[in-house]
Design a protein around this ligand. Structure first.
Ligand code: TYD
Length: 139
């Protein structure tokens, strides 16, 4: 099984003369069962979305059309930027990772697979609080 750290995932493309098909199965191609999907489109280049971390939810983000970027931070000084620019690749985000999604192309459709149902209470939207939690200064 995949390690539960931020990583790019590459899914098989099943192609024939009719086009391409990409399959993402929970606990097989990604390291969780999928309880929720949502997708983001119509965001401009200058928009920054996300800007939160989740206490319980793991995600996989896939630009099924267009492109965007994701910046991840662990709250301990490490950060990385990933480009989502192919419909058969995605990024896996474990719990307690700060994420900013930005630089959306006008045709971007960002598909998000989530391990949990929506619960506003498990979103951390304040970066200072996020840093305090990951550094053990508060719960
Ligand atoms: P938000 O978390 O700001 O979106 P993003 O992380 O993509 O920038 O969510 C926007 C609104 O949608 C907010 O009012 C919460 C609501 N929402 C749900 O009700 N269910 C969901 O699964 C998600 C992702 C958001």
């Amino acid at each position: 099984m995949l390690e539960k750290k931020v990583q790019m995932l590459e899914f098989d493309q099943h192609g024939d003369e009719r086009g391409r098909l990409v399959i993402v199965e929970g606990m097989q191609d990604i390291p969780f069962d999928i309880k929720r999907i949502f997708y983001i489109y119509g965001s401009d280049r200058n928009v920054i979305r996300g800007q939160h971390a989740n206490k319980r939810t793991e995600f996989v983000l896939i630009n099924v059309a267009g492109t965007s970027k994701v910046k991840v931070k662990d709250g301990k000084g490490n950060e990385a930027v990933f480009s989502l620019n192919r419909p058969h690749t995605g990024i896996y985000l474990p719990r307690m990772i700060w994420k900013d999604m930005y630089d959306f192309s006008c045709d971007s459709v960002l598909l998000c697979l989530a391990s949990e149902h929506y619960d506003a209470e498990e979103y951390i939207r304040d970066y200072d609080i996020f840093m305090k939690i990951v550094n053990g200064e508060c719960e």
